[in-house]
Design a protein around this ligand. Sequence first.
Ligand code: NAD
Length: 354
Amino acid sequence: MKVLVTGGAGFIGSAVVRYLIEHTDARVMNLDKLTYAGNPASVEPVAGSSRYGFEQIDICDRAAVDGLLQAFRPDAVMHLAAESHVDRSIDGPDDFVQTNLVGTYQLLEAARSYWKSLARPETFRFLHVSTDEVYGDLGDTGALFQESTPYAPSSPYAATKAGSDHLVRAWGRTYGLPVLVSNCSNNYGPYQFPEKLIPHMILNALAGKPLPVYGDGSQIRDWLFVDDHARALWTVLTRGRVGQTYNIGGHNEKRNIDVVRAICAALTAAQAEQGKQQTFDHLITFVTDRPGHDTRYAIDASKMQRELGWKPEETFESGLNKTVRWYLDNPTWWQQVLDGSYRLERRGRAEAAR
Ligand code: NAD
């Protein structure tokens, strides 16, 4: 099977690429624009595989996407490329509208044109990877997001992802493109860009900097270890029913403040193993809440288990310990991300090749 992964140099996309190379026999083409969030070092463990290829392309560039589809001739597209950070979407929604909406539209049109030319178009799949944030705020109702929950996005990020989900479903319904949609809860794990909550807190704590928690830290998110998500996406791609939506979650509802305290405890335990006595809770600082901040997200992932036999393997505790350990063991990766030097290295390589 040949799989085109968009956004495969990002956090979840790189986990998908590593999963496909390490756990399946798929041939993988990684299409990524390499924005600030895309990092070739995140796929380095598998970049030497003969089944792996990479092209630096913007999904908004229709001609370039057409060319790659014709050259690679995939059996499936896994679409993860997106602008993904809520705070950035509040400061500047433009890139979110471009990539998440216009880019998904261009990719769908390119995929539709390619799919129509296939000898066996019914075997093609287009998996659109989305978020639980499209469902909006659960408040304190105690309810869970179902696949049928009406969309009510709060942030520009969530609104553009919601719009892209609608586009994908419309291309399925109107044109017959064999689409699947997945909506997943908050991911965490190795290789996550340090602006996101868990790596941000780990790295600030290690640097002795404040750990900024929005509002009173009572917002609840449902956390899933990224490798469980990658396995779920492969399951949906290969066994999911065309036209269906699948909610993916970790059954790990946590208040933000409890996540930060758990990180502090995991770091203290990891440092103790090295013979160091260190605590981090005193660094926790409450800061002004994000505008429009949703209070609670929680996923009902029972359809994934019932229909496709998938369930998460990591608990929050085991996944968080792996994550903390990974950041402690891989300072080169995050140091290069923090100082942006991997971009300079890449530019240097490209210039040398010219
Ligand atoms: P990320 O920001 O880490 O990575 C996004 C990747 O997309 C980067 O490699 C970037 O270079 C690439 N990209 C951005 N714009 C592009 C464009 N125009 N053309 C080609 N490539 C482009 O994001 P992530 O956290 O890995 O999320 C991946 C997907 O999963 C997104 O669609 C996101 O909405 C969804 N998702 C994320 C989470 C989460 O917790 N991170 C949860 C559920 C769903």
